[in-house]
Ligand binder design. Structure first.
Ligand code: ZN
Length: 269
């Protein structure tokens, strides 16, 4: 007979007189096993130890997921640039002037321009957060670019961008002449009297530089688009000091990892 029916059919048994009303006590009184205090404490201790073991791995796992997402963005850009180059192979500078110029003909989504590891959500452009100052302003195609929103042919529709584009149309500000061992006449493909980043990089790709004894670089290890937002979990010591580990798209279109100063660790493929 069910328990509730016993209570209903035997009036001298008062429900209020049951010694305990909590479920655990009821279980013990039913003769079924329950948890003792010691067993509960052991379970809590095991759960706490497991959490202590797992917790430190969570940030790294999240960062790895964001890196995979960033690599996916970079692959989309690599396909877009290759298509662009195919359409403009007769131009003196066959690469797009800016990543923003790929939108909307070759890249249809603006969210591809922002890396999920970029805490500024593209506001600070290619700045390697927390390691270096914004030393890449000339390749920083965001609405906060010091040169202006549409400088050197940028597409102002792209407001924010996490990625540094090595082949931009901005004048190259670094000491490229002595580094490459080349003159303006050597690199100025379009003959406008200015060495743009794209012209300097095309020359470096095909003719090398003082670092690699003027040997040509391979297309598969020459960075074209770079993300500096993943330095936190991979750092590398080189003769020049701390190196940020970055995600890159090569000129040939493959995604690879390299230090910030990639030339120092360059190995011919
Ligand atoms: Zn990234």
């Amino acid at each position: 007979m069910p328990r509730e029916d016993i209570f209903r059919k035997t009036p001298h048994v008062q429900r209020a007189n049951r010694p305990f009303s909590c479920p655990a006590a009821a279980k013990v009184s039913d003769g079924r096993p329950g948890f003792t205090l010691v067993e509960l404490l052991v379970v809590i201790a095991i759960v706490a130890i497991l959490m202590l073991l797992v917790m430190p791995m969570i940030p790294r796992a999240l960062e790895q997921a964001r890196q995979a997402d960033c690599a996916s963005n970079l692959r989309s850009f690599s396909v877009a640039v290759l298509l662009y180059r195919n359409d403009h192979d007769s131009d003196p500078i066959p690469t797009p002037a800016w990543l923003s110029n790929l939108y909307p003909s070759y890249v249809s989504d603006t969210f591809l321009y922002v890396c999920r590891s970029d805490r500024t959500r593209g506001r600070d452009g290619s700045r390697p957060n927390g390691v270096f100052a914004d030393e890449f302003a000339e390749t920083d195609d965001t609405e906060f670019n010091p040169a202006g929103p549409n400088a050197y042919g940028r597409n102002p529709e792209i407001k924010r961008c996490s990625y540094m584009y090595e082949f931009s149309a901005a004048p190259c500000s670094w000491n490229w002449s002595s580094y490459l061992g080349a003159t303006l006449a050597d690199v100025d493909r379009d003959g406008d009297g200015v060495a743009s980043w794209a012209e300097v990089k095309h020359h470096q790709l095909r003719n090398g530089d003082s670092w690699n004894k003027n040997q040509p670089y391979g297309d598969t290890m020459f960075p074209m688009i770079r993300c500096f937002n993943h330095h936190a979990f991979k750092k590398l010591q080189t003769p020049s000091g701390l190196q940020a580990w970055t995600l890159n798209v090569a000129y040939s279109g493959n995604v690879f990892e390299a230090p910030l100063y990639w030339e120092y660790n360059y190995a011919a493929p």
